[in-house]
Design a protein around this ligand. Sequence first.
Ligand SMILES: *Cc1c(COP(=O)(O)O)cnc(C)c1O
Length: 466
Amino acid sequence: MLYHSTRGLDGSKNFSEVLHSGLAGDGGLFVPKFIPKLNMETINEWRHLSYEELSFEIISLFSGDCFSKSELIEIVNNSYSGFQSELKSPLIKLENNHYFLELFHGPTLAFKDFAMQVIAKMFAKTLQKKNSIINIVTATSGDTGSAAVEAFKNVSNVNLYVLYPHERISRIQRVQMTTSNAKNVKVFAVKGTFDDCQSIVKRLFSDKGLVNDVNLSGVNSINWVRILVQSIYYFSAFYQIKDHSDRRVSFSVPTGNFGDAYAGYLAKKMGLPINKIIVATNKNDILDRVFKTGIYKSDSVSKTLSPSMDIQVASNFERLLFDLLNNDANEVGKLMNKLASKGSFEVDKILKSQISKDFSSGAVTDKDTVATINQFFNARGITLCPHSAIGVRVAQHLVKGEETVISLGTAHPAKFKETVETALDMTIPVPLVLKDLIKKQESVKVICPDTDLVAEEIRSSYLRTN
Ligand SMILES: *Cc1c(COP(=O)(O)O)cnc(C)c1O
């Protein structure tokens, strides 16, 4: 399988190149030349596979000859060994036809562990073969960073730089990143928003000299392999519904950068019988607005109770545009240029109606987030994290009658302890792993949103280690 950029210039890359590069050289995102379509027979055959076997089958469709069969089996087997659930992504019932997919049983208690663990094992394998060093830089709204630190700490041939928005993430998220004590990890608290962090990362990648000099790489959800690996749990969720045989299911996805939602769209394109991907946002509702009005316009970022979704530039939306514009990189480039110069663009009527075939959307206020957390705790004894509550809320509003919907549980409530405890007016149990972290020494550098400074840090520590 070969890959090219959504903006057309960076053609014919293989899986390993796409794994190692964050962004394409022309500023676009990598996408495969085509998306393999599975028939229902194959999809049903996979029903009885373990999570690891399912991962192997799905990744193999895209990874070409990057790994041998035994290497890929080793990678997937090692990736999920730290998960606290046999099923990896267990499905529970919330109400009638409404299910909840628990994606927070990995080592850092958020769905980001799924892809990050796999990517780290893939990096280790490919770099060992090439005997080269790579510098990974990632912007995080909290959970990507902690999953990346956990997955990459002490991996040889990798240095990891994490940028998070200063004082805009939860305490647990922070200590998960700052207490690794690993020599190959450096954490920056950027005085700004997630979008400031993400734009530093994008600028670093547009510096061709730096990218080549230090082998710069990215593991944000702009990395194709993350999207691919996240599509696996949509299959797993589908298989866990017992009485769905003749029905399609919808998924409600709490969304920030549109990575997880796009992973669902990928599963649908591969043939999984998905009805709608429901995109659920907080007050930072750029995606809800574009789905309703056709106008993609980023606003300033508001701080909410669901900080991992405090994002106003939904990078992966570009992949959807590319797909719906029939892989017309020129058109995508035009829209993205408009976004850069005018701060917005509008999709035409045809495109908008195409989008609404696959997606619906809703935005949820902090007040309703709190109400939803209370509702499920009181009715069912289920504690939702604020992000998961947003997905659940939008699903309740949009899904009518007999339709089956699965809401994604994106993080463990204890990761957002303060918010959940305030909402419920009681203390909640905290898993042991988190309790231990809070006692550890933190290491973090607070900086202004300054791309040059980060570039210099990466260069100088690369020179020291090389
Ligand atoms: C990252 C994250 C999201 C948003 O996911 P995207 O792929 O960026 O849309 C939602 N909830 C939690 C808990 C997250 O960590």
